[in-house]
Design a protein around this ligand. Structure first.
Ligand SMILES: *Cc1c(COP(=O)(O)O)cnc(C)c1O
Length: 368
């Protein structure tokens, strides 16, 4: 059997090996229940303990204040692109979006179906390679909410924790899918944060959200029951059968984060990993990063050679060396290394060593 590889996929992505082993050990008989978590009633005490533990640990790790509800939702992050306007576009019907990539744009296009969504700023002019600067005055005073995508998985930019736009009293909604649990953020600056699990928490399908309680309960009349946050909040995320196994794995990943220094500990390692890779890119004669240095993501690192044949060769040979899923997104080309929490420092070092070797072997083929 093939050994485990270093998986640089943007998502679903690598999970901590300890978590997978523990889940394997508990597969047939979870804590003496005689069954797998997959086979367990979501109304059982054993599952209630699982979801409570996951919720409490998430709150602790993210320092989420008491006036926020934590919800486990379904439908992926994309489902929330609709749920957000349905739940929040209930005052002026206006919402301001900052367009920093495809995910923000998809969310924006969805909001336009329900009301007056406006793009306040966009970095589309330069293939989303930077974060546009926005001032408080740029937002409409009566907007129901302002929306950002905190980390742009495809393009590799992020809003840094100290550069979150100041929206005053307007609730700020943020897609945290690809940076959740990777560095500390002051959650009280946000009205809503949400994240699809498959980047940094667990299996695809589950979405974890923290929503300020006063923003729950004002959904538009025509909101489908399942998309109304109040339905889910009132039922403790158990209105219908939730993605039970996914929530269980998320809980284990939260425990793993806690055992490894919490979000603060993750952040320290993530800065080290990203720093190693960006340093290499900045000094390489063959590879270069595609994002302005000040807005670089700690999680997704796109880079190019600028020669399609060599890029293809790189991705293929990397895969043969056990470094997989390095092909860039189809809209950017080149390569992308996603280095989420579960990617160890050794994995990033192995990638850098491989890049160095590839550069030495192929530099003469690069026409400059
Ligand atoms: C992956 C991703 C999504 C889409 O997630 P789904 O669970 O597939 O809907 C949305 N936003 C961001 C930032 C992502 O990285």
């Amino acid at each position: 059997m093939k050994d485990r590889v270093y998986n640089f996929s943007a998502g679903p992505s690598q999970l901590p090996e300890e978590v997978l082993r523990e889940a394997a050990d508990e597969m047939l008989n979870y804590k003496g229940t005689g069954m797998s978590v997959m086979e367990m009633s979501h109304r059982s005490k054993a599952f209630q303990d699982i979801i409570d533990h996951a919720s409490d640990t998430f709150r602790e790790l993210m320092h989420i204040p008491d006036d926020y509800e934590i919800l486990f939702l379904q439908g992926g992050a994309s489902q929330q692109f609709s749920a957000i306007p349905l739940n929040l576009m209930n005052g002026s019907g206006k919402a301001d979006y900052i367009i920093t990539g495809q995910w923000a744009k998809k969310a924006f296009n969805e909001a336009k179906r329900y009301g007056d969504a406006r793009a306040v700023a966009s970095s589309e002019d330069k293939t989303y390679s930077y974060i546009p600067k926005v001032k408080k005055e740029d937002f409409r005073e009566d907007a129901d909410y302002v929306y950002i995508c905190a980390n742009n998985t495809i393009y590799g930019t992020r809003f840094k924790p100290d550069e979150i736009p100041d929206t005053g009293d307007i609730p700020l909604v943020a897609d945290f899918s690809s940076l959740i649990l990777s560095e500390p953020f002051d959650i009280s600056k946000f009205g809503v944060i949400y994240a699809g699990a498959q980047k940094n928490m667990g299996p695809a399908g589950v979405v974890v959200a923290a929503i300020r309680k006063d923003l729950i309960g004002n959904a538009r009349e025509d909101t489908p029951t399942m998309l109304n946050w109040k339905t889910q909040a009132d039922a403790g995320s158990l209105y219908n059968t939730p993605p039970t196994y996914g929530i269980y794995i998320c809980g284990k990943v939260f425990d793993w984060v806690k055992e490894n220094g919490g979000v603060e500990g993750m952040c320290e390692i993530n800065k080290k990993k990203a720093g190693m890779l960006y340093d290499f890119l900045d000094n390489s004669k063959m590879f270069k990063g595609t994002v302005v240095p000040e807005d670089r993501s700690l999680m997704n690192v796109p880079f190019v050679i600028g020669d399609e044949e060599l890029e293809k060769k790189f991705v293929k040979e990397a895969e043969e060396a056990g470094l997989v899923n390095l092909k860039g997104h189809r809209t950017v080309g080149g390569m992308r290394a996603s280095i989420y929490n579960a990617m160890p420092v050794e994995g990033v070092q192995a990638l850098i060593d491989f890049m160095q070797k590839f550069e030495e072997e192929n530099i003469d083929q690069l026409e400059k």
